[in-house]
Design a protein around this ligand. Structure first.
Ligand SMILES: [Zn+2]
Length: 96
């Protein structure tokens, strides 16, 4: 069952997606989450079943034992002292 994307109006497609979330201070990855995904803008929509199961996983902390390594990036260029003044940008780019 597809829905109409709230943002761009395209019909969504059902897919299994990988979700990354922060649970307290931990960054976690949940694979195989059923979702409706907009093929045009990439917006992802979750049904009540998926939301309920994600809540359940967060409460149970029932991980499957695998861990992955995640690279860490520092935004500032090495040796640079300046900070980025976002308010002075004339063009802001949305990221979903
Ligand atoms: Zn869309």
């Amino acid at each position: 069952m597809s829905i109409r994307c709230y943002f761009c109006g395209a019909d969504t497609e059902q897919r299994a997606v990988t979700v990354d979330e922060r649970w307290d201070s931990r960054l976690v990855v949940i694979e195989g989450v059923p979702a409706e995904v907009c093929p045009q803008c990439g917006e992802v929509y979750y049904g009540p079943e998926a939301v309920r199961r994600l809540d359940e996983l967060q409460r149970s902390q029932d991980a499957d034992g695998r861990t992955i390594e995640i690279p860490v990036f520092t935004f500032a260029r090495k040796g640079a002292a300046e900070t980025v003044d976002i308010a002075s940008s004339s063009v802001l780019t949305p990221r979903s």
